[in-house]
Write a protein that binds this ligand. Structure first.
Ligand code: ARG
Length: 464
């Protein structure tokens, strides 16, 4: 417990803070991550106060020098950041005053921790979004690499986890590319709305000092200023958007994990994770478990939880700021850490797994070309409903006889429909089946090559 006289707000207090309350109230244990952006904001605030006549040239120089020193001390881990300091904003200010004296206490003029924390979070989010985009892009490249290597690997495609139609592995992989592309778009959108400076909003009504808000924004590399100080200090939308976008990205990864976990079972055997991304059992010597992918799938729940937590916190907060909103940081930081770790692990597991085209090929069910047979009849003028029924009968027959559809022979086919002719053999090939689907977005080889070309075109320009 510290004496209240140490606290910036001690003036109106006679008694001391309970130690439990101090611990409960403190965010410094986690918001120390904001120290760099917090100091960046303070530099800009100090310059604006100087330009508006509130700080002299020499006071500005002292304040800036002091902020540099505080930053170095935190970087070097030499400044103890204890709970009695409350939060990173107070900790920086207190240390600044210790280092440079009264001028350190001047730079908060017209600023509140309310606009300060709102700014810090936006600046922090900008870095988080840039880092997220880099990682998504790295995974996208790994996805395209796998697609290029497996243009001619054919496997069963599933709906309801039942074999549906043959697909090319490249096509399955590229599905992830486009999901990630939309994810990148969501993070980009999040930034475009967040790209505004709340500085100058004060506690809620705006600063009473004539600071140039536009200039502060541009010095911070922000595109514009927020329009309404009440909104600016109340708003946590950008964090919520990041958490939502992260939840959707995790859902995408989780579904691919699910496929790969299933595919790495001995029943499927389509892929085998590299030893680097698998673990063993403490009891059963033969086991090789896909823990990497299971954990990504599992951590998806935690990222959803973070979104639900912050949405729930925010729904009850009356305008403008209440301390409830301090609860925004841990879900954000945990989401960034979790998402980045999951993207790295998933990318590693993806890039190193062994693909087994032989197992994929031999896994094709005997009836997987049923749609192709029906389409054959349909192209010869039979109404599709009838085609469906005819081929359904052939499927039943093949199952009864324990044969594949392509083993039935022309006579058996013609016994059910005289429309079948010798050329039917050409549709009874998985390669041809996929190549019948060469329209844009289809699983035909040429269509996939075009998809990959389009994917390679997608620029790698930084988004923030
Ligand atoms: N640590 C606080 C938070 O993260 C900073 C803002 C405090 N503002 C206030 N008016 N008490 O929300």
């Amino acid at each position: 417990m510290s004496e209240n006289s140490d606290k910036a707000w001690s003036g109106r207090f006679g008694g001391t803070t309970e130690e439990l309350m101090e611990r409960f109230n403190a965010s410094i244990g986690f918001d120390r991550r904001l120290y760099r952006v917090d100091i960046e904001g303070s530099r800009v605030q100090a310059r604006a106060l100087h330009e508006s006549g509130h700080l002299s040239e020499s006071e500005l120089a002292e304040a800036l020098g002091g902020l540099d020193r505080v930053e170095k001390e935190i970087e070097a881990d030499s400044l103890p950041l204890t709970d009695d300091l409350e939060d990173i904003h107070m900790a920086v200010e207190k240390r600044l005053i210790e280092l440079v004296g009264p001028v350190g206490g001047k730079i908060h003029s017209g600023r509140s921790r309310n606009d300060q924390v709102a700014l810090d979070e936006r600046l922090y989010l900008r870095e988080a979004i840039a880092g997220t985009d880099d990682r998504l892009q790295t995974l996208q490249s790994a996805v395209v690499d796998l697609a290029e290597a497996h243009l001619d690997t054919i496997l069963p495609g599933y709906t309801h986890v039942q074999q549906a139609q043959p697909i090319r592995l490249a096509h399955w992989a590229m599905a992830l590319f486009w999901m990630l592309d939309r994810d990148r778009g969501r993070f980009r959108d999040c930034w475009s709305r967040a790209n505004a400076s709340p500085l100058g909003s004060g506690a809620l009504g705006g600063s009473a000092y004539p600071v140039d808000r536009e200039k502060m924004a541009s010095e911070l590399g922000l595109e514009r200023v927020t329009e309404n100080s009440i909104d600016a200090v109340s708003d946590r939308d950008a964090l919520l958007e990041y958490l939502s976008a992260a939840a959707i990205t995790m859902m995408h990864l989780s579904r691919f994990c699910e496929d790969l976990i299933l595919w790495s079972s001995s029943e499927f055997g389509f892929v085998e994770l590299d030893d680097a991304y698998a673990t063993g059992s403490s009891m059963m010597p033969q086991k090789k478990n896909p823990d990497s992918l299971e954990l990504v799938r599992g951590k998806t729940g935690r990222v959803y939880g973070n979104l639900a937590a912050l949405l729930t916190v925010m729904k009850g907060v009356p305008l403008t700021y209440s301390k409830d909103m301090q609860e925004d940081k841990e879900p954000l930081f945990d989401t960034i850490d979790t998402l980045w770790m999951c993207l790295a692990v998933f990318t590693g597991a993806w890039s190193t797994m062994r693909i087994r085209p032989d197992r994929m090929r031999s896994g094709l069910d005997g009836a997987i070309l049923a749609t192709d047979l029906a389409d054959y009849l349909s192209r010869k003028g039979v109404p599709f409903r009838d085609c469906h029924r005819i081929v359904g009968r052939l499927v039943r027959e093949s199952l009864d006889e324990g044969k594949r559809l392509d083993e039935l022979g022309l006579d058996s086919l013609r016994a059910v429909s005289a429309v079948f002719e010798a050329d039917v053999s050409s549709v009874l090939s998985p390669e041809n089946s996929t190549n019948d689907r060469n329209l844009p977005g289809g699983t035909g080889r040429d269509a996939i090559v075009r998809q990959i070309e389009a994917a390679r075109q997608i620029t790698s320009a930084s988004i923030v």
